[in-house]
Structure formats: structure tokens, C-alpha cells
Design a protein around this ligand. Structure first.
Ligand code: ZN
Length: 238
């Protein structure tokens, strides 16, 4: 049970990090984590909810993949998000992933609506972000509320097995092996969208970095990309 307690704390903190980074506004957006083959922890809603930026560990509830409570009392006073299908279908389709972040980053939505394809336009500025865009960032072209398994499966199909998908006129879904990574890659995608918009606003055009530069843009490993980056994200909100 201590494990679950820690995981609720981690998910709540991750919600606050995402909100502090402007990846969600108000009460929209949610994060989840696979517990086992039948259960997940997910940010739920309640009548006293003050929004994602103020998520408490008690807002993180243990449910089954079918949306019912996984232990007595888990959904007393709490409701699963309307878009539960985003989490369930992503976790079912990508068994190697453990966490899902569904967020509404304005810059990513704006860039997509402006017809900007997110590409690796920079390198060492943010290697993780550049790598994320190297093979293209998939787009789910429907702006719908993903409120049933059919729409969830449609979004997952558009995701093409990649860790992140842009939902047009809506937001993003980011899947990863950890909650930290799911949020960090959303932060990276948001930074890339902001830079793309900025270059365009300055009158420039967007070009992929030179192919040979990839040889010197190494994966700096989880110690740097996740652990250190996460310590910073937590420190800036506390
Ligand atoms: Zn949404």
C-alpha cells in the first residue's frame, strides 16, 4: 500500500508540474499510471476540485480499466475523467508504457492549427525534444472529446505506436515508461512548438537540422534527461 501512496503523490506532483509549465489550464487535463494488468491510478474530479494546478494525492484514485473503482471507496465523491478512454486505450495498445499524460498545451495546438509541422528545427537547444520530432509527430485530426473506447482507439491508431500524439484543436497525449517522462516529453514538445511559432513570427521559415548533426546529438541518458530534469521541475513548483 505504501507503493500506491507514493505513486499517488508522484502523480499529483506531476499534475502540478504540468500546470506550472502551462501545459494545462483550469480543470482540464489528466494523468494516469498503470498499476498492473487490471488497474490504474488516475487524476479524478470531485465537487471540491480547484483544478489541475492544485492537484492533491487524494485526487488520484485507483480504478479498473473499465472505469469502475478498484477498491472500496475509491470513487466515493470522485468521478473518472470523461476522457478515460485516452488513458485506457493508450495503455492497452502500448503495453511497454506505464504512464499517460493528456494535456492541452496552447502552443502545440496553435502551431498545428497554423499548419506548422513540428520538426527538429534545433538540436542541442533541447536534444530530447529534437529526437521526439525526428520521425515526425503524429496528429489525430479530430477535435472531439475522446469520451468512448471507439474514439480512444481512433486516437491510438493515429499515434502509430509513437510516444506522443497531437489531437487537433484539442491537446496532446503523451505516453512513457514513467510519469516523469510522460510530462517531460510534453514539456519538450511544447518548447518545440513555441520555438517554431517564434521563428515563423520573426518572418523565418522552418528547416530540419543538418542530417550529420545527429551524430553529435547523443541521448544523454535517463540520469540527465529524466532524473535531473525532474528535480528541476519539482524544485520550481515547491
Ligand atoms: Zn482533452
Amino acid at each position: 500500500m505504501t507503493d500506491l501512496h507514493e505513486q499517488r503523490g508522484l502523480l499529483a506532483r506531476a499534475c502540478r508540474v504540468a500546470a506550472a509549465r502551462g501545459l494545462v489550464d483550469g480543470i482540464l487535463g489528466h494523468l494516469s499510471m498503470r498499476v498492473d494488468d487490471e488497474r490504474l491510478l488516475i487524476r479524478c474530479r470531485s465537487d471540491t476540485d480547484s483544478g489541475v494546478a492544485f492537484t492533491q494525492p487524494s485526487d488520484i484514485r485507483l480504478i479498473r480499466f473499465d472505469g469502475t473503482e478498484a477498491a472500496a471507496g475509491e470513487l466515493d465523491g470522485y468521478r473518472v475523467p470523461n476522457e478515460l478512454a485516452i488513458h485506457v486505450e493508450t495503455l492497452l495498445a502500448q503495453p511497454h508504457q506505464r504512464a499517460v499524460a493528456h494535456l492541452h498545451p496552447a502552443a502545440v495546438v496553435a502551431a498545428d492549427l497554423a499548419g506548422i509541422t513540428l520538426r527538429p528545427i534545433y538540436g542541442a537547444y533541447d536534444i530530447a525534444g529534437a529526437r521526439l520530432a525526428r520521425d515526425g509527430v503524429p496528429v489525430y485530426e479530430r477535435a472531439v472529446l475522446i469520451r468512448n473506447p471507439l474514439l480512444g482507439k481512433e486516437m491510438v491508431a493515429a499515434m502509430r505506436g509513437q510516444p506522443i500524439v497531437i489531437c487537433r484543436g484539442h491537446g496532446i497525449t503523451s505516453a512513457a515508461t514513467s510519469v516523469q517522462q510522460a510530462v517531460l516529453q510534453a514539456i519538450s514538445l511544447d518548447a518545440l512548438a513555441k520555438m517554431s511559432l517564434r521563428v515563423r513570427a520573426a518572418g523565418g521559415s522552418l528547416h530540419d537540422i543538418d542530417d550529420r548533426d545527429w551524430d553529435d546529438l547523443p541521448d544523454l541518458g535517463p540520469g540527465f534527461n529524466v532524473d535531473a530534469a525532474w528535480r528541476y521541475e519539482v524544485a520550481r513548483i515547491e
